[in-house]
Design a binder for this molecule. Sequence first.
Ligand code: NAI
Length: 719
Amino acid sequence: MAQLSYVSGSVGLITLQNPPVNVLSAATRQGIMESMKKALNDPKVKSVVICGQNGVFCAGADIKEFGPNISGPSIVPLIYDIEVANKPVVAAIEGSALGGGLELALTCHYRIAHSKTRLGLPEVTLGLLPGAGGTQLLPRLIGIPASLELITTGRHITAAEALQLGLVDHVTQSDTVDSAVKFALSVEGEPLDSRRISKRPCPHLPDLDAVFEAVMQKVRQKFYGAIAPIACVQAVRAAATLPFSEGMKREQQLMSTLFTSGQARALQYSFFAQRAVGRWSMPSGASWNTSKARPVHRAAVLGLGTMGRGITVALAQAGVSVVAVEIQEKQLNEAREHVYATLERGAQQSGVSPSCANITYSHDIQAVADVDLVIEAVLEDLSLKEKVFQQLSAICKPGTLLCSNTSSLDLNCLASQTKNPELVVGMHFFAPAHVMKLLEVVYGSKSSPEAVATAMQLGKKMGKISVAVGNCRGFVGNRMLKPYIEQSYFLLEEGATPELVDKALEEFGFPMGVFRMSDLSGLDVGWRVRKEDGLAEPVGTSGQITRLRGGRRYSPLGDILCEHGRFGQKTGLGWYQYGRPGGRVAKSDPWVFNLLEEYRARLGLTARPIDQQEVLERCLYSLINEGLCILEEGFASSPEDIDVIYVFGYGWPKHRGGPMFYASMVGLATVLERLDHYYRSNPDVPSLKPCKLLRQLVASGSPPVHKWKEITKKIQNRL
Ligand code: NAI
């Protein structure tokens, strides 16, 4: 897995050979150790170059080997061996040097990087820290503030930035290994003491305590509840205050705590889940490896409101040429400016030129005639969308894929308006569409596997994490949100406040509790849907309030707020007050407390104390139960699909893996017992009734998430 060869007479060239990205598996570590020993013992060898095969230096540790008992030689002594070598060791870095790969490079005496290389220490994103000396070496090389930023965020940097920070010694545009070999020849025989990073003191920082305190505060706020970023700060602090060997011991202690934490397991699960969703399948048996995507060179976006603008930006950034269509002249002009400004800003941030040349604007739907794919993003109105799909079907060239960004309408209804329903799929983006990572690709009963493959591929090209889901009401994400929101309303009726519910959910790790989130997205959106569904009835100030709809409990609290024109942030008032329309800072509103008291009095409800545990159990377990129903019914093909949707689209804390993973960590039997308990006392709330799959999983001994498929398959076959 690492091979020693001899070049230019005196250079020992060690090549990492662990395709595709040369991760530091046990065999690779062993290979490096043996090659290094051989090179150092060989009197012909005067210098050593370490490189990776296939244009990649090393993408880090082998995540599959993660755990407290790693087999094979540990990476830490290996790293000491390289640093103490009495012959210059040069890292020839190309492709990527990440995690353990960068730590390996840090132990070399010199680092030469290709200009296209990406470097970083992303361990924190897997719930860990750079535990092979990274937290002790990096601050000694580039200083404390820059190290703290890189290690606590896991951000990847370019070779140019690495050079600026002093992380690499030289950047080349030509062959990296050749440059490194020439460089190695030029430094043969030179003293190495100053090149050994561990021997250097950390650059002095006058206000050390204040810097660490500020970073710690920032990290606690930004990564609420996550322990790895905190351990990263503690480890860097050890580098700043302790001798190297003591700092290394501290790094190891912190690393073992993280290794055994549930958070590292959750984050590593999430890492693999993100990859697993790409291997999609449909109930028909069609899947990613049997379906071929079609190329999309030219796409159209129809409707340039909130979503259409973001989708246009994301397509242009992916290099797809876009025809952007909007019927209202004013909206069209605003959209043009908005898209231009967003692309400019994005280009400035990433240092590339904006892709405006790829977009043409029109108010005429005929402009979509020759595109490969259309994404419809007009208002959420079934009859309007049906009409649009009839038009698209008549105008577009044969074979054009017709996609809808609908968040709740039945895709089959839209498909039935077209000549070729097999060409219709949902592409459900999340706002803002050029920022949010998640894309639900929705297949209807007639969508062809090729159409699904094309939408999945386009999503990937746009930098999205695309998840294929079935066509049920609300698809996966929004369907699960319904019982979660419903429970939060019931909790208010029973005695909670928006503050209490939000606090419990935010302390769990959501960036926003359910009420702050609803205020942000707009309370009127759900109200419109509930009115269309015949659920929301006018309540007024004195009339009778009814809490049952078709035998199921219903809370009209959200409707009452809307009747008072309280639509959330956009009107300055919602579950909280915001000072002005469009205000962002939520403050408690006595009006809401009075409303709740009057409401309870009108219904004869007595407020009771509700604790955070109950909030979490009722909101989260009902959401989890809905997710399990979705799995049972086959609208999602795996628990990983659901977890990825929740982490990347709904703010579920990443260090808790996702709702399905969390349920398995809590214990499925516990989730079942609590749902049973709440359903017994709330028999008119069907979303609390444990689903069949949950019972079956518990009866099968609560297997780990990756084994659920065996049981879901059995249930689905019986349906
Ligand atoms: P919006 O109201 O901001 O924009 C809709 C635009 O479509 C308007 O500018 C309107 O003039 C235009 N339009 C209407 N009929 C048209 C036609 N025949 N041809 C061309 N343009 C036409 O709506 P928004 O929020 O962008 O939503 C669009 C779709 O995206 C809806 O289906 C919605 O459910 C879905 N969606 C919305 C999300 C959100 O957070 N706003 C999130 C995910 C999906």
